[in-house]
Each structure stands twice: as structure tokens, then as C-alpha cells.
Design a protein around this ligand. Structure first.
Ligand SMILES: *[C@@H]1O[C@H](CO)[C@@H](O)[C@H](O)[C@H]1NC(C)=O
Ligand SMILES: *[C@@H]1O[C@H](CO)[C@@H](O)[C@H](O)[C@H]1NC(C)=O
Ligand SMILES: *[C@@H]1O[C@H](CO)[C@@H](O)[C@H](O)[C@H]1NC(C)=O
Length: 373
């Protein structure tokens, strides 16, 4: 079994892209070490408190003047962006996040493979400080949550409860960020692990993800009418299943269209009989598929990402009618079977439906959390 050497990977970024600021917080602090044995996996902790602050430069200019840095054969050539360090909070992987104006709310996540967080940290992107921390309900899942916000209320769907590779749960919560009040919502019809989640046309939509065991892809798609932090229905409604199931996808609504981007089929799952639900590697297929709903009652397939990309649930921002996605994981190394992380910054132009690679993180990172202010 091989394990990559520990490298610092707990950093927050902010980057100025043309007029605005892209603040991407890479909260990945440890990685599942790759293993060719299907029954063993380990996690190496990569704690570090390095942060980056924005350096303003024009992205297009940067492309012209900055020499390209090639991280590995798998990397797509891209301009070498300049990043700066910002303050960090706690190391975490597989956290969830929403941005409400200048505040980035970061929920839960693994601290180590044996320790999961049960609190929220709030990052103020105006003065680059962590300005608040508060606890989550004790039985809310701790990683791989589905999450969406309407600008005040945060809808928190299912996810994995506890460390290692414990099962997914169906529990669903609501947070009023104004008064920091949590409430329960109707549970999903079934547990889901890292489901794609977004608010669209007055309904909370949840689709894909893995089933309870973390591994088996789900294609079900459900929705629940919600308004101002209230569920208007008692039960979730069945919607058109997504053509391809699986967790770790970006789910974004722009101009009344719902996009589901990237992801994978399969994931680590608990070793049978392990009292601690020890993670063990299973077959995974990473993909770059893009699916879109525009109200036509059927999913449309759009051009795929420049490379397969997964672990990007909260690694996206919308800028100027484009979806920007930072980092992730791509297909395994064909020989060593190691997980390969992604360092590119991708842009999907929603007018031309064209993907481009517009920049690069200082290092490759997965389950990166991104904000834009
Ligand atoms: C957004 O698009 C407009 C028009 O193409 C362009 O002038 C502007 O610089 C873009 N802003 C960003 C932040 O990319
Ligand atoms: C490109 O990235 C490398 C590695 O981080 C760095 O040493 C170099 O200064 C960067 N180049 C520019 C022009 O920013
Ligand atoms: C965020 O920072 C700005 C600038 O310092 C400040 O005016 C604002 O009150 C802060 N917001 C919160 C919620 O702390």
C-alpha cells in the first residue's frame, strides 16, 4: 500500500478575476491514500494553516504574461495565477458551504478520518476574517451534505453522519442565518450521500448522490416546495431521475436553469463487519458530464468538462454568466490507481456552452470551497 507524502493542503484563496474577487477556500487537509487493495484505505492528515489573499490582475493579461506551469502530465496548460494567503479556520475535508453576500458559511467536514466537525465557521470576504463560529445540531450529518441557500435560509440535506465510512442518513435541516436557528425539515425519502442539491423555481431539488452505503449511485430526483425557511409540503415529490447517478457534483442554478456538473460513480465504503466502519476502497468512475434542466421535463446533456472532475460540490462560483469550478479529483492513475487531484480552474460559458481552463490553483486540491466577492 502506498501513501503520498504529506503536503500542506489547508489553505484559503482569494483571487481577483477581472473586476471581481474569486475567493476559493481549499479546505482539503487530508487525502484518502491510494491503495490497490480493495479492502484497505488510509487517510493522511495534511494540516497547515496557509491562506492566500487576492492579488488583482486581469485574467486575460495574466494568460499572456505568465509562463505556464505544468504540475503533471494530467494537467491542462493554464495561466499561472498569483494567489495570496488568508487566515484559515480548522483543517477539513468534504465540508459544505454556502455564500450569502460577503459571508462564506462553512459547515462540518472531516478534521481527520476519525474526527468530524459539528460546527459552522463564517468567513467574511470583505475583511478576510473568520468572524463567527457556532454549533450544528448534534445529529446533523458531518460530511457530504447537500446544501443550498436562498440568501437567508440554508437548506441542509442528508449526508454522512460520523467519521470513517459510516452510512448516509436522510435527515434534513434548515438554518436561519439571521437568528442562527435550526429547524428540522421533512427527511428525504431515502438516505443520500453527497447528493446534488439546489433551489429552483420555489422548490428544493435533490438528485444523484450515492445510496446509504456511500458507493451505489442513486439517480432519484426529489423536490420539496419551500418558502422563506418553511417547507410547504410534508413529503418530497418525485421528479425526473438524473440520467447518471453518483456523488460529488456541482449543482448550480443560473438564469432559471439547473445544471449538474461532473461527479463520479462509486466511492469508499465501510469494510464489511468493521466496528469503526473503516473506509475501504471501491471501484470508482469519475466523469465530466454536464446535465441541464430548463423546464422541458427532460434532462439535456451539454458539453462535458475538459477532463473528468469530481469532489466539486462546493467548488464553484457564478461569475458573469459563467460557472467557474476550481480543483477536484479526476480519473485514477492507470497504473498506481492513485487518486489524482485537479489543480485547474475551469470556466463554463453559459452563452457559448464552451469550457476553458482559465487558471490554476497553487496546488491540486479536492473538495475545495469557493466563494466570490
Ligand atoms: C463580464 O463580462 C463583461 C462583458 O463581456 C466584461 O466586460 C467584464 O469584464 C466581465 N467581468 C468579469 C468579472 O469577468
Ligand atoms: C508560477 O508558479 C510557480 C510555482 O508556484 C511560481 O514559482 C512562479 O513564480 C509563478 N509564476 C508567476 C509569473 O507568477
Ligand atoms: C465584514 O467585514 C466588514 C468590513 O470590516 C464589516 O463592515 C462587516 O460588519 C463584517 N461583517 C460581519 C458579519 O462580520
Amino acid at each position: 500500500m502506498s501513501r503520498p507524502p504529506p503536503k500542506p493542503c489547508s489553505r484559503y484563496y482569494a483571487i481577483t478575476v477581472l473586476a471581481g474577487i474569486l475567493a476559493a477556500a481549499a479546505i482539503a487537509d487530508f487525502l484518502f491514500a491510494s491503495s490497490s487493495s480493495p479492502l484497505s484505505a488510509s487517510l493522511s492528515l495534511r494540516p497547515s494553516n496557509l491562506i492566500f489573499v487576492p492579488v488583482a490582475h486581469d485574467n486575460k493579461e495574466a494568460a499572456d504574461r505568465v509562463p505556464e506551469r505544468v504540475l503533471s502530465a494530467a494537467d491542462i496548460p493554464a495561466p499561472n495565477w498569483t494567489w495570496e494567503q488568508l487566515p484559515s479556520s480548522v483543517p477539513r475535508l468534504d465540508a459544505a458551504a454556502v455564500q450569502i453576500q460577503n459571508l462564506l458559511y462553512v459547515f462540518a467536514g472531516y478534521g481527520t478520518i476519525d474526527y468530524v466537525h459539528s460546527h459552522v465557521d463564517v468567513f467574511n470576504m470583505t475583511d478576510n476574517t473568520w468572524c463567527e463560529r457556532f454549533n450544528m445540531p448534534k445529529d446533523m450529518a458531518n460530511s457530504h451534505l447537500g446544501m443550498a441557500t436562498d440568501g437567508r435560509y440554508v437548506y441542509i440535506v442528508a449526508g454522512q453522519s460520523g467519521p470513517q465510512c459510516r452510512a448516509a442518513v436522510p435527515r434534513t435541516y434548515l438554518l436561519d442565518t439571521k437568528i442562527k436557528k435550526w429547524e428540522r425539515m421533512p427527511p428525504l425519502p431515502a438516505p443520500r450521500y453527497a447528493p446534488a442539491t439546489q433551489l429552483w423555481r420555489g422548490r428544493l431539488h435533490v438528485m444523484g448522490g450515492s445510496k446509504e452505503n456511500r458507493h451505489t449511485p442513486g439517480t432519484d430526483h426529489w423536490s420539496l416546495a419551500v418558502k422563506d425557511g418553511k417547507a410547504l409540503e410534508k413529503e418530497w415529490r418525485k421528479e425526473i431521475p438524473i440520467p447518471r447517478g453518483g456523488p460529488h457534483r456541482s449543482c448550480v442554478v443560473v438564469k432559471d436553469r439547473l445544471y449538474v456538473i461532473g461527479g463520479q460513480e462509486g466511492d469508499f465504503m465501510a469494510k464489511p463487519g468493521s466496528p469503526i466502519f473503516k473506509c475501504s476502497r471501491r471501484h470508482e468512475v469519475v466523469y465530466g458530464d454536464v446535465y441541464m434542466l430548463d423546464g422541458d421535463k427532460e434532462w439535456k446533456k451539454l458539453p462535458p468538462m475538459p477532463k473528468p472532475d469530481s469532489h466539486i460540490e462546493f467548488s464553484w462560483v457564478v461569475v458573469n454568466n459563467s460557472i467557474i469550478i476550481v480543483g477536484g479529483t479526476t480519473e485514477k492513475h492507470p497504473v498506481t490507481k492513485r487518486m489524482i487531484l485537479v489543480g485547474e480552474v475551469f470556466r463554463f460559458d453559459l452563452l457559448t456552452l464552451k469550457w476553458t481552463v482559465i487558471g490554476r490553483l497553487p496546488f491540486r486540491c479536492k473538495t475545495t470551497i469557493a466563494g466570490y466577492w
